[in-house]
Design a protein around this ligand. Structure first.
Ligand code: PA5
Length: 449
């Protein structure tokens, strides 16, 4: 019997979404589930993530762990190069599972190639100058500009430092099994490689080697992660909002969207959740924001952001609904000390734990936002274990896929991402972009860019 370690509770929405409205969405849940199961919906050649947790072979995980152990034995630091779905999952998992500070981590993973900034790369290479380094370059297409240029710099640095042969033994490429420039380069240079399945898109790839190798390098249990995701397969299926947790969340999102709540805020009360939010933002935004529709995904980190955007949440334009992502149990639970002088007048909190105070902050915020007209639901996450995180990842993937189908979009493509790339290539003089470059030049001049 699977124990769900996450729970999505929408009971607080009763005055905005009636039970009969929710039940009416059973039909939409069933239709979206059937489209996924029968592979009859749009983007059906990208459904490899759907059964991935149940299908992942033990020896696949063993191979990833063996390589991670070998690299751990030879390197203190792993530089992970990737952008979008090729970095956010690993970043989210490592931040969720690790101690708060990079310096406290036994093995460190630094990320690169997720922006275009030479100060960042220069600082990173300064930082690792005295450390032993390995590199995991991750790109499904193998042609993405940001990781591509970061890898050029880092590869040159690695070859200078270790010599070409040893550098090659310290570089792992995670990419398409057959095609793309990175695959070619990896084959030519003799890098170890992990394949990204053809039928799994970037933002759904955290449970493939894209996420699993960096997570294994940091020493976390990727078997538990996959077991958790497989657990979630069981409670995120079914044709009703009653038995399908992901279906219920997807239905609520769509009902609220149709009532004019066009932005969802995923709010957390723990710094370790920050990058889970960033990962979710890409998953939801890139999957749903197309055909002039889509729920805008935003994230807030409480209580930090209660002192910046709290005012907006309480009294700003009322087109927002909120999903509170709340941790059940922290690893430590410090208590507030008592002082006889009570000069700061905080003795009323003495002997109360941080968690109790944080829980009061959550409850107080939830009630205030409900009173302020923000429809709110609660997603409880039991603990910061790999098993629980596996459940959370799969829950969100399944929910966003269902939600995308309810919105009548293809949740598995991202045609809009190409627009900036085409312009950038033309502006940089890439061969074949001459005609576009000619149309952009007068616009750039007119705008004074
Ligand atoms: O979800 C997606 O498909 C994208 O965010 C990609 O992951 C991102 O653009 C990086 O692509 P690639 O892995 O091909 O370098």
């Amino acid at each position: 019997m699977v124990k769900a370690k996450i729970n999505y509770n929408s009971d607080l929405l009763n005055s905005i979404v009636s039970d009969s409205e929710l039940q009416q969405f059973n039909e939409a849940v069933a239709a979206a589930e059937t489209a996924l199961a029968k592979r009859s919906g749009p983007g059906n050649d990208f459904l490899g993530w759907l059964n991935l947790p149940k299908k992942t072979e033990k020896n696949t995980l063993a191979a990833i762990k063996a390589k991670a152990t070998e690299i751990r034995d030879n390197a203190d630091v792993l530089i992970c190069i990737g952008i979008g779905g090729s970095y956010l999952g690993a970043k989210a998992a490592i931040e969720f599972l690790s101690p708060s500070f990079e310096a406290l981590r036994e093995k460190q993973v630094f990320f690169a190639g997720h922006s275009i900034n030479s100060d960042y790369i220069a600082d990173l290479l300064d930082l690792v100058e005295e450390r032993s380094v390995a590199v995991n370059v991750i790109s499904k297409s193998g042609t993405t500009t940001e990781p591509g240029i970061a890898f050029r710099i880092i590869r040159q640095w690695m070859e200078k430092r270790y010599g070409r042969k040893e550098a090659a033994s310290r570089i792992i490429a995670t990419t398409d099994s057959r095609k793309g420039a990175l695959r070619q380069l990896a084959n030519d240079e003799g890098y170890a490689t992990f394949p990204i399945p053809d039928d799994v898109g970037g933002r759904f790839s955290v449970l493939t080697p894209v996420g699993l190798f960096p997570i294994a390098f940091t020493g976390f249990d990727i078997n538990d992660l996959i077991t958790g995701a497989a657990d979630a397969v069981s409670f995120c299926k079914g044709h009703t909002v009653g038995d399908n947790m992901a279906g219920r969340y997807a239905a609520i999102r769509n009902i609220l969207f149709r009532k004019g709540y066009t932005t969802e805020v995923l709010a957390n009360f723990q710094p370790h959740f920050h990058f889970v939010g960033e990962w979710w933002k890409q998953l939801a935004g890139e999957s749903e924001g197309k055909n002039n529709t889509g729920i805008f995904p935003a994230t807030l980190d409480y209580t930090t952001d209660l002192h910046s955007l709290g005012q907006w949440m309480q009294q700003g334009i009322r087109n927002v609904f909120e999903t509170f992502m709340v941790l059940g149990k922290t690893n430590e639970n410090r208590k507030i000390p008592s002082f006889d002088d009570n000069k700061d007048e905080l003795n009323y909190l003495a002997n109360k734990s941080f968690e109790k105070i944080n829980r009061a902050a959550f409850r107080g915020t939830l009630l205030a936002h409900i009173d302020g007209g923000v429809p709110s639901a609660v997603l409880t996450v039991d603990d910061r274990s790999a098993l629980t995180l596996g459940q959370l990842f799969y829950f969100f993937e399944k929910a966003i896929a269902l939600s995308g189908y309810m919105l009548r979009v293809n949740p598995f493509d991202q045609p809009g991402v190409e627009a900036y790339k085409k312009n950038m290539f033309a502006l940089l003089g890439k061969k074949g972009s001459e005609a576009l470059a000619a149309t952009l030049a007068p616009r750039i001049k007119e705008l004074g860019l």
